[in-house]
Design a protein around this ligand. Structure first.
Ligand code: ZN
Length: 418
């Protein structure tokens, strides 16, 4: 059996007594998950901080760190870091650079991407596949899993599990892509089951997950990016087509009773001259504030070579002096602001983060967007404005997907890995 510092009685109590020993060892094992989460999210850069955050003795924290290192998950570096509790330099802690990875996959309106993601949200390798997304989910999910399996072979990493981000609400508990409005997939496609079949067929073991892409953006940004430290984090993003939202409350995604909460794309933001939406309504955020809406409003032809997101972002970045582009951008900022104002009144978030093209809109004219949100929302005015920040992570849907696959390890490292 593998050496296990927390189970071989290294941290024997000073006073004898079997029950006390058991309690301490159980406490040590119970601290493994919380300890790993602290290192994973960068909140415990040293063993001294880990000791304080866990509220355990130095000996317990030392044993916990040693066990996580033995599992190949973190590195304990004896080089002097911050001063420890007794004035001595403390050991530095970081995620293992060569440790296991999660297989993360993303399908979006313009193609797919596979990635291997280590602890700390670190992308180890990635493979884009820009192809027209097939109407058969099994085909595109097969392509993305094959690309991920190839990355695993190339890198020789151990895989802890797999997860896919899809541009659709995902109904739980079955894992159905209920509204893949911008893919040609049939509504209600059993996306998690299909993905799991492809993962198993590729010889990859471990738990398998599927979730809405913006939910995963929010999760990734909350743990590693612009959402760190927020208690009621609202995330709104437009990737390639459509608009999604997500809410992280006290560190956990709020998904509603069956996974379908925060469908913010169908808030009405242009009731007068709004264009028809796939949902049957008119003037929804989904069709009024996505990349296609910007290109259309600016009088540009969409596509066909690059992705709509890249085309829209390039247009704003390189042609903002063109009055048509500026007017279109301002119109999108106003519609987005109107949608955010309604959400602020309902959800009372302490921070808003914006992803995809919405991040570009914020960076282009932050004052205009913040003014619309403040002026049009009751709580926005009263609190002097909710902080609105751009997302900061690259490939945050993929990093978020990896968080799902890593979660069993973060909850109980020994149970998940041995
Ligand atoms: Zn709609």
């Amino acid at each position: 059996m593998r050496h296990c510092a927390l189970m071989d009685g290294k941290e024997a109590p000073r006073k004898a007594g079997g029950a006390t020993t058991r309690t301490r060892l159980d406490r040590g094992r119970a601290a493994l998950g919380p300890a790993l989460q602290l290192v994973h999210t960068g909140r415990a850069p040293t063993r001294a901080v880990l000791t304080a955050e866990l509220g355990v003795t130095r000996a317990t924290a030392g044993a916990v760190a040693a066990e996580l290192e033995a599992l190949g998950l973190i590195r304990v570096d004896a080089h002097p870091g911050a001063a420890g509790s007794q004035g001595r330099p403390s050991h530095r802690l970081e995620v293992a650079g060569d440790g296991p990875v999660a297989l993360a996959a993303q399908v979006h309106a313009d193609g797919w991407r596979a990635a291997l993601v280590g602890l700390g949200g670190r992308i180890v390798a990635t493979a884009p596949g820009c192809e027209t997304v097939d109407a058969d989910p099994a085909k595109v999910l097969g392509s993305v899993v094959d690309a991920g399996a190839e990355l695993l072979r190339e890198t020789g990493r151990r895989c802890v599990g797999a997860a896919v981000a899809v541009p659709s609400a995902v109904a739980e508990p079955e894992g159905l892509a209920l509204a893949p409005l911008h893919l040609a997939w049939p509504a209600g496609a059993p996306v998690r089951e299909i993905f799991a079949e492809r993962v198993r067929a590729a010889g990859i073991t471990g738990p398998v997950f599927a979730a809405n892409d913006v939910n995963l953006v929010a999760l990734a940004e909350h743990r590693h990016g612009a959402g760190r430290g927020a208690r009621d984090l609202l995330c709104v993003a437009t990737g390639h087509r459509g608009v999604g939202g997500a809410l992280v409350l006290d560190g956990r995604l709020h998904t509603g009773s069956s996974g379908l909460a925060l469908e913010v794309g169908h808030l009405t933001v242009n009731p007068e001259g709004g264009r028809p939406c796939h949902c049957g309504s008119r003037g929804c955020l989904d069709v009024e504030a996505d990349p296609l809406a910007l290109l259309t409003a600016a009088g540009r032809e969409p596509g066909p070579v690059v992705s709509l997101l890249r085309q829209a972002e390039d247009l704003i970045r390189t042609r903002y002096d063109d009055p048509a582009v500026r007017t279109a951008t301002e119109a999108l900022i106003d519609r987005l602001g109107l949608g955010l104002a309604g959400l602020v009144n309902i959800l009372n978030p302490d921070r808003i983060i914006l992803g995809g093209l919405h991040r570009t809109l914020l960076e282009t004219d932050p004052d205009r967007l913040r003014a619309v949100v403040t002026d049009r929302s009751l709580w926005g005015r009263q609190s002097g404005g909710v902080p609105i920040l751009p997302c900061t992570l690259d490939h945050n849907s993929l990093v978020g997907a990896a968080e799902l696959a890593w979660q069993p390890v973060l909850d109980d490292p020994i149970a998940a890995l041995t």
